[in-house]
Design a protein around this ligand. Structure first.
Ligand code: BES
Ligand code: MN
Ligand code: MN
Length: 461
């Protein structure tokens, strides 16, 4: 029997090579052209789970991309941990801004990662992170260290709203039954200060279309006399925040569960440097809702952001035109107890009400999801904290994140189980951006910490 540290040092090159192979499969869920890669990726995940010692592994068909399911039951009387992750990734765009090809991963040293980081799409979100669980499983099964039952559910549509997972969970409650859900798809404070994510924001995502004249017009002949949909759209968007940067949609904040003074005081204790924050993304100054700190703005407060805006002439040179249409994609990050459907409806009503008669507007909802907060007084949290404390030498700090994993709220609703978010990424990993990377330190530390979670969870349950 080998301990986890020596198992990792013996196998680390293979662990890294296997992850590089997974990153080479461009499993971009947003793009239909990558459908064959999704299937190839699902096969690769299935293989890896079989090799890691799962007894029953299957590729479950869904209306969309398949879900890879695997399990190993050692004793029905023991607790069961359900590991969730996603094998799909974001598109590589804008491709030109990558220093090396997104799907041809390389290892490079950086300031934050002196021992090297893997650069490639999905390295951190979420291939590198879910694969830590596969390698931890391999260690536990081959070394006789598996202390409880395990189920794996690795899906292929997280980055596009998890529509099929939703469908799958509702139909497979028995199969997915568990005592705790374990996910590595978030981040931590730093490589010397681990944290456990205790909250995720919800999401309401809409697309708007503003139509002015029925055709593009000469901007000299008509300019000044008709509503330009781009001018109108930008005015409408600007009016969605007031001078305190609060959202102006009627009733938007009605159901917001305000964080208690105690919780805010706790949050303020987390290590955070505003100077380092500004420097890391090259900002002259910070920005946001009056009355809240940067950490609060990015976690416990709801937001509204334009994700994209287009219309009119954007090719080379100049064209004097008043476009017929203008568009924007807008996302709202939500907090407990806002409802994604309600907020979408409020947005639609408000946006239609502020449109001048000179234009027509159309609001189309995209995907949404609910926020999630997890208590820290449960076995899962304590087991995770004990595991981190052992591998990092310091206690983990509970921290609410601003990102969204909508399926987590649905897990709680349908499976009645709590989720523990043991993420090993860093904010500097550039997930969804060019040059996404994942530290080799983080990858191996995750593989080292996960078996300890299993051990303590089984002991404490
Ligand atoms: N893994 C991320 C979410 C995340 C990252 C949460 C870091 C906390 C810290 C996930 O893959 C993601 O990108 N989610 C989307 C939502 C989805 C519905 C497209 C998001 O947050 O934009
Ligand atoms: Mn993710
Ligand atoms: Mn993502």
């Amino acid at each position: 029997m080998t301990d986890i540290k020596s198992y990792i040092s013996k196998n680390k090159d293979r662990f890294v090579d296997e992850l590089l192979d997974l990153i080479r499969i461009p499993s971009v869920s947003a793009d239909e052209a990558h459908k064959p890669d999704m299937l190839k990726m699902a096969e690769a995940v299935k293989d890896s789970l079989e090799k890691a010692g799962c007894d029953k592994v299957e590729i479950c068909e869904t209306p969309g991309n398949p879900i890879v399911y695997g399990e190993k039951t050692i004793d029905p009387k023991l607790p069961t941990v359900l590991v969730y992750g996603h094998y799909d990734v974001q598109p590589a765009d804008p491709v030109d801004l990558w220093d090396s090809p997104a799907f041809d991963p390389i290892i490079k040293k950086t300031e934050t990662h002196p021992e090297g980081a893997i650069f490639g799409r999905g390295s951190s979100d979420d291939k590198g992170q879910f694969y830590m669980h596969v390698k931890a499983m391999e260690f536990m099964t081959t070394q006789g260290e598996l202390p409880c039952n395990v189920k794996f559910m690795i899906e292929g549509e997280e980055e596009v709203g998890s529509a099929s997972l939703d469908w799958f969970v509702r139909r497979n409650q028995e199969k997915l039954s568990n005592d705790v859900i374990l996910i590595s798809d978030t981040g931590m404070i730093s490589n010397t200060q681990p944290s456990i994510t205790t909250g995720l924001r919800g999401l309401s995502y809409v697309e708007v279309e503003v139509t002015g004249p029925n055709r593009d017009l000469h901007s000299g002949l008509y300019g000044g006399a008709v509503a330009n949909p781009i001018n109108i759209l930008t005015k409408m968007i600007a009016s969605l925040h007031d001078e305190d940067n609060r959202i102006t949609i009627d009733n938007f904040y009605d159901n917001v569960l305000e964080a208690s003074a105690e919780e805010r005081t706790e949050m303020a204790k987390a290590p955070f440097s505003l100077e380092a924050y500004k420097k890391s993304i090259d900002l002259g100054d910070i920005y946001g809702e009056k009355g809240f700190s940067t950490l609060e703005r990015a976690s416990i407060r709801p937001t509204l952001d334009v994700n994209g805006i287009w219309g009119g002439y954007i090719e080379e040179g100049a064209k004097t035109v008043i476009p017929s249409k203008a568009y924007a994609k807008i996302s709202m990050r939500l907090v407990p107890n806002q409802s994604s459907d309600e907020i979408t409806a409020l947005f639609k009503k408000h946006f239609e009400s502020i449109a001048p008669k000179s234009v027509k507007v159309k609001v189309t909802p995209h995907h949404g999801g609910e926020a999630y907060v997890t208590p820290i007084d449960n076995v899962g949290y304590r087991a995770a904290n004990k595991a981190y404390t052992e591998t990092f030498g310091v206690q983990a700090i509970p921290q609410r994140s601003g990102g969204s994993i909508p399926i987590v709220a649905l897990f709680e609703q349908e499976l009645k189980s709590k989720t523990i978010l043991m993420g090993f990424g860093l904010d500097s990993d550039a997930i969804h951006s060019p040059n996404e990377h994942y530290g080799i330190f983080n990858y191996l530390k995750g593989i080292e910490t996960i078996p300890l979670f299993f051990k303590y969870f089984a002991e404490m349950s």
